[in-house]
Write a protein that binds this ligand. Structure first.
Ligand SMILES: [Zn+2]
Length: 215
């Protein structure tokens, strides 16, 4: 699992990059959390694995913006502009866009996430990528008026990648919705299956977030 904080992180040595690429191409799994999608803007294969990224001078050269518009259509938008932004932290509601994927199966279609940075304007190669869930980035929260991807799956060669832009701080990761998505997404990335089928009783509702406070 990668949650490097930011684009300033030093590149891995080339031999390590190549070994990692071979691992994923051959069927390995990767989990990308929050600021991991800021890392390594210059590493082409990594950007293909994460699908969408932000900051580190990412812009239209790196690929389209990907989001749902207000008519519920998935948009790939190649217009120029920065990759990656967020307004002040707040709670936001997740909308599941694909309820048949093993990661999201059985979840309420809408659930409230605890306070977090809402990443918007992410952009990247976005190849072999599925958007499982979005959240609306409201203008009054300095957002985009778009439905921004919050749960993503990708394949790279035979490898599987689960990517969530959620997870800024401990209180963001204490969200029961986040925990369930991370557990299921990690199992899916590792094995291609999800055996954790039960949605826990303390799962958030459409209007009420829910968290398990870390000791
Ligand atoms: Zn953050």
């Amino acid at each position: 699992m990668i949650n490097n904080n930011g684009w300033q992180v030093q590149p891995w040595p080339e031999a390590t990059q190549k070994a990692f690429e071979a691992f994923i191409l051959g069927g390995g799994g990767m989990v990308v959390v929050h600021a991991a999608n800021n890392s390594w803007p210059e590493w082409d294969a990594y950007n293909r694995m994460i699908g969408l990224g932000g900051w580190g001078n990412r812009n239209e050269k790196d690929g389209p913006y990907v989001y749902f518009n207000n008519r519920g259509e998935l948009v790939r938008d190649s217009s120029p502009g920065r990759g990656g932004a967020h307004g002040p932290q707040h709670e936001f509601q997740i909308t599941i866009r694909n309820s048949t994927h093993p990661i999201t199966r059985g979840m309420p279609t809408k659930w409230m996430h605890t306070r977090d940075e809402l990443y918007d304007r992410l952009r990247g190669p976005a190849e072999n990528m599925h958007v499982l869930a979005t959240t609306f980035a409201a203008k009054e929260k300095r957002g985009t008026d778009r439905h921004e991807p919050m749960l993503l799956t990708l394949t790279y060669g035979k490898g599987r990648i689960f990517h969530t832009p959620m997870g800024h701080a401990d209180y963001s990761m204490e969200c029961v919705g986040f925990i369930v998505c991370l557990q299921r997404g990690t199992e899916w990335a590792a094995t291609g299956k999800v055996t954790q089928k039960v949605i826990p009783e303390d799962f958030p509702t459409a209007s009420q977030s829910s968290k398990r406070v870390f000791e």
